[in-house]
Design a protein around this ligand. Structure first.
Ligand SMILES: NC(=O)c1ccc[n+]([C@@H]2O[C@H](COP(=O)([O-])OP(=O)(O)OC[C@H]3O[C@@H](n4cnc5c(N)ncnc54)[C@H](OP(=O)(O)O)[C@@H]3O)[C@@H](O)[C@H]2O)c1
Length: 381
């Protein structure tokens, strides 16, 4: 019986994980649920498990539930033998401290929440090696790669090719980008996701973050990581090996499939989810990403090459930009403008992460957010 905590249980990935687990109660038990402020959903979820605790980071009222824990008690619970698996599905950089704590406590951590890996990937992987924790990516592309490279000689990988749907705008001409509305950007053609990642998918910043995520997770040189558009979203990534073989991993675009993989690993269990019927497939198409239209991909390589905290700046600038876009403070193209100006500022002013610890990464992130907010205020004027 796996004993599970879901971080971000009220969000898109968290709900998918909760539903999947609740349909497989003989193998899994939810021992704690974590969210920001959504009392209604978290309380309803917690009712399904007698011993399930809850934690809200920003509750609207204290003691919102008899089952609620304080932060200290939550950290204690994660560290205890009452928990063996943590599903990390908080959105954005806010997920970093609980992912770090879960890793330090030697747990199996199923990570959907990519931003902490972008900010602190190398550090988190080192912590995993020290504590004996296990990271299993459930971001669908990285989960696909995890499956493909299992048991392979990693030195023989010549390329990792991340696929992406291309979002709603991959066929739109660049001159129409300036009139893209929030409603259009939130209308993802394939996935139903939280608003932050949906905007990231429309700008292809999601793919930029995933390039950095892949570099850290698989400890592979960034020059060997590419991304291509695959609108059908059935192949979740490719790995090319030195002998010319390319392996792909296919599945329906449903987050419950990587969640099922991560929970059952190293076994593969029946999960009752929809399978691809190859005889019904009409076509599988692929196209190059237009890097003029989508500068996000170049931002990712720039941040990796600069290193020393530049991925933290990239992530912070993007979080600030998406937040403003969702509040209608800036236009779609301003997202790229803001990120570009912030990266240039950090580079020109030689702002670097000098030491690597959770505290120093968090402090550096606060500084990056402050600078991004400052630059965005000038952009909004
Ligand atoms: N959605 C997908 O299909 C998908 C696929 C691959 C990867 N991912 C990644 O998975 C992560 C989650 O995405 P999502 O689409 O599920 O996001 P989402 O729907 O916006 O859900 C975010 C969850 O995080 C919680 N949360 C936010 N701030 C928190 C805080 N400070 N402390 C504790 N909980 C907090 C929210 O709680 P409240 O409800 O109370 O606000 C909610 O439960 C992201 O990093 C995303 O990039 C998502």
């Amino acid at each position: 019986m796996r004993k599970i905590i879901i971080l971000g249980s009220t969000g898109s990935v968290g709900k998918a994980a909760f539903d999947f687990i609740s349909k497989n109660k003989k193998d899994f038990e939810v021992v704690c649920l974590v969210a920001s402020s959504n009392e209604k959903v978290i309380n309803k979820q917690a009712e399904k498990y007698v011993n399930c605790k809850t934690y809200l980071e920003n509750p609207k009222k204290a003691n919102y539930s008899k089952k609620s824990l304080t932060k200290d008690k939550l950290l204690e619970l994660i560290a205890s033998n009452k928990v063996d698996t943590v599903i990390a599905a908080i959105s954005g950089s806010k997920g970093l401290d609980l992912i770090h704590h879960s890793i330090s406590c030697g747990k199996r951590v199923l990570i959907a929440n990519k931003e902490p890996l972008v900010m602190a990937g190398e550090f988190l992987i080192n912590e995993t090696q020290k504590s004996g924790a296990e990271i299993i990516p459930i971001d669908s592309e990285h989960c696909a790669i995890h499956q493909i490279i299992k048991g392979r000689d990693l030195d023989s990988i010549s390329k990792i090719i991340l696929t992406c749907s291309g979002g709603p705008f991959h066929s739109l001409s660049r001159n129409k980008f300036k009139v893209i509305t929030k409603k259009q950007a939130l209308n993802h053609p394939v996935w139903k996701m939280g608003s932050k990642i949906t905007i990231d998918s429309s700008t292809l910043m999601n793919k930029a973050l995933e390039i950095i995520e892949a570099k850290f997770l698989f400890e592979i040189e960034h020059k060997k990581i590419e991304a291509i558009i695959h609108p059908e979203s059935l192949i979740h990534s490719f790995v090319e090996f030195d002998d010319g073989t390319i392996l792909a991993s296919m599945a329906e675009p449903d987050m419950k499939i990587p969640i099922s993989y991560g929970l059952s690993y190293p076994k593969t269990k029946k999960n009752g989810l929809k399978k691809i019927d190859m005889t019904q497939l009409k076509e599988l198409t692929f196209k190059k990403i237009d890097r003029i239209k989508f500068p996000s991909i170049d931002f990712a390589y720039f941040a990796i090459e600069k290193g020393k905290g530049m991925p933290i700046f990239l992530n912070a600038a993007n979080e600030v930009a998406v937040n403003h876009f969702l509040k209608d403070n800036i236009q779609f193209l301003d997202i790229y403008r803001l990120i570009s100006v912030v990266l240039e500022y950090a580079d020109k002013n030689n702002i670097k992460l000098s030491s690597v610890s959770l505290e120093s990464i968090q402090d550096f992130n606060k500084e990056a957010i402050k600078i991004s907010n400052h630059i965005s205020e000038q952009l909004i004027k």
